[in-house]
Write a protein that binds this ligand. Structure first.
Ligand code: ATP
Length: 321
């Protein structure tokens, strides 16, 4: 291969810029020409493809978001769109590509490889940590650290007013952000979509923990069946004398400067992705398992393979006395 492209796709995640930088610089190190694609698969379809050099990724490792911008592309879901994308890549004589995104991005990449025999390697870029084949995805560590900073601040006001706070965090299908945030902020309960919620047990725990603490925090993943609003109403109904408040953290969870963990992860995986393409690999996601680089076929990396570790929920119960 002589020319490669890089793009970011799906939801943005802190650390994507560190990944772009690593791909561009590792590409140049391996004597490749590197092209950037703006706005994910939409940019491939529309031909938003431009040459990148070492300077174009200077001073971005610490920045959140993605300098290449990202998008959800309807056009790429059609065969006509993907054919247009392929023609645009070929018109620049691009031979291979690195895509940074989540499971939708890899599903699209898989189709593209099958249809056009085009080499693609993926980097796991999503705050949700919901991909198999890597212990952590790029963006997850920053997102959970953003959540715990926010929850610590809420804890101060909750404690001063003896309040119960229900805090909704991101995770449409997964409780992985909720669970680690809950453990590290001393939450009294964590509600996740992966497990049925035992409301009786939670109410008993809230009541019992009252003698030891004046504030209580319940973290609810956005993908929970009920959601933060209904959970807070249920607590109010059960304990009319509690001062219950709801806080939905929202998009602050996606932004901000990536943590050291995310910068190092993205840098290692970006280099690994380029080296994999040079070695002739394709159709796989580069991940880190027990600090070793591992490659997982796209079809096995997608999120229904990820299980939430039940032990994490169990320790919340033990530690929330
Ligand atoms: P996140 O986990 O942050 O949401 P994601 O990669 O899962 O990231 P999606 O929006 O689901 O984000 O997918 C990104 C893009 O991948 C879509 O906008 C679409 O262009 C492409 N894609 C997703 N599913 C398919 C599919 N079945 N066929 C072709 N392309 C697809």
């Amino acid at each position: 291969i002589k020319k490669i492209a890089v793009l970011t796709s799906g939801g943005d995640a802190p650390g994507m810029n560190a990944g772009i930088r690593a791909v561009v610089r590792a590409g140049i190190f391996n004597n490749l020409e590197v092209f950037g694609v703006r706005r994910g698969y939409d940019g491939l379809v529309n031909g938003e493809i431009f040459p990148m050099d070492a300077k174009s990724v200077a001073n971005i490792i610490q920045r959140g978001g993605t300098i290449l911008k990202t998008a959800r592309s309807e056009a790429f879901k059609t065969i006509e769109g993907r054919k247009q994308a392929y023609d645009n890549l070929r018109s620049h004589e691009i031979d291979a590509m690195v895509v940074i995104g989540g499971d939708g991005t890899f599903t699209g990449a898989s189709k593209f490889i099958d249809e056009f025999d085009f080499p693609i390697i993926g980097l796991p870029g999503t705050i949700d940590n919901d991909l198999a084949g890597t212990d952590f995805t790029i963006g997850y560590d920053t997102a959970i650290n953003t959540v715990i900073q926010a929850v610590d601040k809420i804890r101060d006001t909750a404690e001063s007013h003896d309040r119960v706070f229900v805090i909704e965090v991101m995770g449409r299908d997964s409780g992985l952000i909720a669970i680690r945030s809950g453990i590290s902020t001393g939450a009294e309960a964590v509600l996740v979509p992966e497990f049925e919620v035992d409301y009786d047990a939670i109410m008993k725990r809230l009541d019992k923990s009252r003698k030891n603490k004046s504030s209580r925090i319940i973290i609810v993943a956005e993908g929970d069946k009920e959601g933060g609003m209904i959970v807070s109403e249920k607590i109010k109904e059960n304990f009319p004398h509690y001062d219950v408040r709801l806080s939905i953290l929202g998009h602050i969870q996606r932004g901000g400067s990536p943590t050291c963990m995310d910068r190092v992860l993205a840098s290692r995986l970006g280099v690994a992705a380029v080296e994999a393409l040079v070695a002739g690999r394709r159709g796989e996601m580069a991940g880190l398992i027990c600090s070793e680089i591992r490659f997982t076929p796209f079809k096995s990396a997608i999120k229904h393979n990820v299980k939430l570790n039940e032990d994490l929920l169990r320790i919340i119960e033990i530690l929330s006395l």
